[in-house]
Structure formats: structure tokens, C-alpha cells
Design a protein around this ligand. Structure first.
Ligand SMILES: Cc1cc2nc3c(=O)[nH]c(=O)nc-3n(C[C@H](O)[C@H](O)[C@H](O)COP(=O)(O)OP(=O)(O)OC[C@H]3O[C@@H](n4cnc5c(N)ncnc54)[C@H](O)[C@@H]3O)c2cc1C
Length: 491
């Protein structure tokens, strides 16, 4: 039986940030994730904003961690070699009342130390963002607001943690905590028992299902869905900043933002849903999102949409729950991490490390911790000369597979063969952007299935869009004909 110091349950951005933090120390850590890829829960389906800290309360855990984590992103993303842009955010006033409330928020943001935050009046706002609703009373401008690819961030944290010795066990559901004399002794999983003295529950929306009664301090997690629309990169409405309306009681409102990859994205709404798998998009939800976005940018319409998706906020309380469990010694909860969880993750990792230490885990720093993650090859970011030289050495980088995004066979091969590599079509898409353009895999889909066979040994009949039951090809057509009683002798 395997023996570890710490087991982390959940390979979302929170679990991966904790794994990376713990990989700095001389301890044995394993992360178990029920899906066959990291970052397949809420961490892949959100707005991808690194919030500036405007409109947060410093006396809440989430507010404090947001404020402390935002400045860390320049160094962290450069170490992890992932794209990040401080495109700046604007919280827009639509009327006098909004202006009054937002001026108060501005004062609060200044007191909270949000750098460079200031009021911009209508004229400056329209100059900065010509597409914005001219019927405006100004906005709070926060230059430190940023955008990131949430999946790439999660994967990079995971890959760097793995590089530094954390073991990743994918497609492995944690079933039950093992408890002896009131303290954690390990975890029962689909792939067997893991012995460990400490467990961190970072299972996102499912966190309350892990031995619900005894160990989760009565925490119940409800899902609050947010729906989104993503536009083609050629869509004529362009904005540079992330545009927010005045926030509501429960959310930051429907946002209009560029993504880090240059698409326009609008959303999310906020709807309480039953169950934990209600990931569908709905007509009403999409209409609500369009209406909210049009209020900020009237030129936005329903043409040019290439993708709709939704994500589920894990709502336990109004705040994050990050603490040692009281009834079960050795268990730390990092649950109910709704927005701004993505922003807060670097600090969540640190806080969980400190809590583990407080409850008895001995942490001694490794001298060989490697914070840098090597960057993959991105031919689209190279000039022609560099690309030519590369293709000379490796012809795979000269063969375009995804025509919409210009992604080569070499980049897809690397995504499959890299540590914690892609095993699904969505996995390739999130790592390389192949299949994320205008045709949404209409052209490259069959070739991606073929590349999964070639480099990961996954038979085309077993290839899935995103694991589980999402197989793409159901039968060989010959078998279908036979089943239908057709004569195939002449085929
Ligand atoms: C609509 C929306 C918009 C948001 N926008 C932003 C934003 O712009 N900026 C920001 O800072 N934050 C944002 N957030 C919040 C942010 O996305 C979350 O805080 C963050 O992704 C939570 O990460 P997590 O790791 O806790 O959860 P998850 O990503 O859901 O990870 C939990 C993981 O645990 C796994 N798991 C569950 N049960 C088990 C089990 N029994 N065994 C093994 N594995 C298990 C799951 O498969 C999953 O991979 C947004 C959230 C939503 C929903």
C-alpha cells in the first residue's frame, strides 16, 4: 500500500495550486482527480479574470486573498510560462445612483491598497472604449485587473507540481476518508487505498460528498450556474478592458471582456440550479447574458457567436471555507471557493500549507525546488524565420492541422506527449487551441482523433470529447450495415 504525507482531493486550480505549494517541501504528496484530465470542473469554465480587488471586502477571506494574490501574477505567470495580460478593468456607472455607489467602492478600493485605481469620466471612458454605451456616468478604472486562460493556468500549476515530485493519480475518484481514532489515516479511492496522515479536500462543487456528515462541518455546497457566449475573433465589436456593471448582491454582474486569446466573451449570469451537473446553456440564460452585455456595449448582438458554455460556482457560504476540520484531525478543507477563487489560488496554496503546518505537518524546504515550467512551442507566436528553422528540424511543426487557429501537428503531438498530457479532444483544444476557432473542430476533429490514436494509443472508437460517456465515434459503419442486415459483400 502506498504511503504519503498529504493527499489532495481534486485537480482543479485550487488543488493544483496547493500541490505546487507543497512541492516546495521535503514531503510526499499525491493528488487524486476523478476525471482523466486536470481542470475539468469549474476551473475550466469561468471568466478567466484576475480581479483587481475593486468591490471586495478586506475582512472576508476571499477579499483578503484576492487583494494579496493579484500582485503575484506577473512573476507567477512568467515562471509558469503562460500568457497573462493586465488589460485593466472598468466598473461602469449607468446612472447617477450607480455613480454614487461606485464612488464609495473607489474609496474602499483605495483604502484596500488597489494600485492605480481611479475614476474616469464619461469622455475619457468613451475615448478608451469607443464601443461602450455612451449613456454612461463614468467608471472605476483599475489597471491591475487582468486576464488569463484558466485551464492553462491550472495545468501549468499541476505540471510544475509534478516536475517537483507530486504524484498525480487521474481517473481516480476519492470514495471515503479513512479515519482511525478521530484522525485521518488515508483515503479509499477507485484505484485502492492511499495511506496518509493529512488530507486536503479541494473537491470543488463535490467537496461536501466526501464523508459528508462527519468531516465537512455541516457544509453543504450548492451550485450557482453562470452562462457565457464566446465570439469569433473576427467579430467587429472590439474592446480592450474588462467591462463590469455595478455588482449585484450575489455576483459581479454580466461582464464584457476580451479573452487572453483575443476573442470577445460575455457572461456570466447567476442562477441557482439543482444538482451538481446542470451544465447546460438555456435560451433564457443566453438572452439574459446578451441583454446584460448590450447594456454595457450596445453593438453586441447574436451574430459571430462560436461557443456557449456554462460553469458552476461552488457556493458553501458567502465566503471561502479554508480551515482545518474540527472533528477529524489531519483534514483541511479548501471548499466553497467561488469567485474570485482563480485569482486567490496562489494565496490559497500558501494558506493551506500554513494550516497543515499548524496541525502537525513538518515542512522543510527542498533546495532543488524548480519554480520554472518550460514553455511549449507555439508556432503562431514565432516570426517566419524562426518558424522556418524549426520546420527544417522537425517537419511536424510545418503541418497545419487546425486551420482556424493555425495549430500544427507538432504542437498537438507535444500536447499529447507532455507530462499530464491530453487524452481527449477537449484536452488537446484547451492546451493548443486546436478546435477552438470558427469551425469548432468541423475540419480538424477527425484528424485530432487520428493523432490521439497515433501518440496516445487511444483507439478512435474509444476517443472521447471530454472523457466519460462522451465517445465521438460509436460504431464502424460496416458494423452498422451488418446490424441493419445489409449485404456488404461488394463493399
Ligand atoms: C461562472 C463562473 C465565473 C468565474 N469567474 C472567475 C473569475 O473571472 N476570476 C476568478 O478569480 N474566479 C472566478 N470564478 C471562480 C473560480 O472559477 C473558482 O473559484 C475555481 O475554479 C474553483 O476551483 P476548485 O479547484 O475549487 O474547483 P474545481 O475546478 O471544480 O476542481 C475540483 C476538482 O475536484 C474533482 N473532484 C470532485 N470530487 C472528487 C472526488 N471524489 N475524487 C477526486 N476528484 C474529485 C473535480 O473533478 C474537479 O476537477 C468563477 C466561477 C464561475 C463558476
Amino acid at each position: 500500500m502506498q504511503k504519503f504525507d498529504v493527499v489532495i482531493v481534486g485537480g482543479g486550480v485550487v488543488g493544483c495550486a496547493i500541490a505546487r505549494e507543497l512541492s516546495r517541501y521535503k514531503i510526499k504528496v499525491i493528488l487524486v482527480e476523478k476525471e482523466n484530465e486536470l481542470g475539468c470542473g469549474t476551473s475550466k469554465a469561468n471568466t478567466g479574470l484576475i480581479h483587481s480587488g475593486v468591490n471586495v471586502k478586506r475582512d472576508s477571506i476571499k477579499g483578503r486573498l484576492n487583494l494579496e494574490a493579484n500582485p503575484l501574477f506577473d512573476k507567477l505567470t512568467s515562471q509558469l510560462n503562460i500568457p497573462f495580460s493586465r488589460n485593466g478593468s472598468l466598473v461602469v456607472a449607468h446612472n447617477r445612483d450607480d455613480r454614487q455607489v461606485l464612488l464609495h467602492s473607489l474609496q474602499e478600493a483605495r483604502e484596500n491598497g488597489v494600485k492605480g485605481v481611479r475614476w474616469v469620466d464619461r469622455d475619457e471612458l468613451l475615448q478608451q472604449e469607443p464601443a461602450i454605451n455612451p449613456d454612461t456616468y463614468g467608471a472605476i478604472f483599475a489597471p491591475t485587473g487582468g486576464i488569463i486562460c484558466p485551464f492553462e493556468f491550472t495545468l501549468a500549476l499541476g505540471q510544475n507540481a509534478r516536475e517537483n515530485g507530486v504524484v498525480f493519480s487521474l481517473e481516480n475518484r476519492a470514495r471515503k476518508l479513512l479515519i482511525e481514532n478521530g484522525r485521518v489515516a488515508g483515503l479509499e479511492t477507485d484505484k485502492g487505498t492511499i495511506k496518509a496522515s493529512f488530507v486536503v479536500n479541494a473537491a470543488g462543487i463535490f467537496a461536501d460528498q466526501l464523508n459528508a456528515e462527519e468531516n465537512n462541518e455541516g457544509i453543504k455546497i450548492k451550485a450557482r450556474r453562470g452562462q457565457y457566449l464566446v465570439y469569433d475573433r473576427e467579430y467587429p465589436v472590439k474592446i480592450k478592458h474588462t467591462l463590469f456593471p455595478r455588482p449585484t448582491e450575489i455576483s459581479k454582474g454580466i461582464i464584457v471582456t476580451p479573452t487572453i486569446h483575443g476573442n470577445l466573451m460575455i457572461g456570466p449570469n447567476a442562477e441557482q440550479v439543482e444538482g451538481k451537473n446542470a451544465l447546460e446553456t438555456t435560451e433564457e440564460g443566453i438572452e439574459e447574458v446578451l441583454k446584460g452585455a448590450k447594456k454595457l456595449v450596445p453593438g453586441i448582438d447574436n451574430r459571430g457567436i462560436i461557443r456557449m458554455f456554462s460553469g458552476l460556482r461552488a457556493v458553501a457560504d458567502s465566503d471561502f471555507v479554508i480551515k482545518p476540520a474540527e472533528k477529524t484531525k489531519g483534514l483541511v478543507l479548501a471548499v466553497g471557493i467561488q469567485s474570485p477563487g482563480l485569482t486567490a489560488t496562489p494565496k490559497i496554496g500558501e494558506v493551506v500549507g500554513e494550516l497543515l503546518q499548524e496541525i502537525g505537518l513538518k515542512l522543510s524546504a527542498k533546495s532543488d525546488f524548480q519554480p520554472e515550467r518550460p514553455s511549449g512551442i507555439k508556432t503562431g507566436e514565432m516570426d517566419y524565420e524562426k518558424r522556418d528553422n524549426l520546420v527544417e528540424k522537425d517537419r511536424d511543426y510545418g503541418q497545419i492541422i487546425c486551420r482556424c487557429e493555425g495549430i500544427t501537428r507538432g504542437e498537438i503531438r507535444d500536447a499529447i506527449l507532455s507530462p499530464l498530457g491530453a487524452v481527449t479532444i477537449d484536452g488537446i483544444k484547451r492546451r493548443t487551441r486546436a478546435a477552438s476557432g470558427r469551425c469548432q473542430s468541423g475540419f480538424c476533429g477527425p484528424r485530432l482523433i487520428e493523432l490521439l490514436r497515433e501518440f496516445a494509443g487511444i483507439s478512435p472508437l474509444k476517443a472521447t470529447l471530454r472523457g466519460g460517456e462522451s465517445r465521438i465515434l460509436k460504431f464502424r459503419s460496416k458494423e452498422l450495415l451488418l446490424e441493419a442486415g445489409e449485404d456488404i459483400a461488394d463493399l
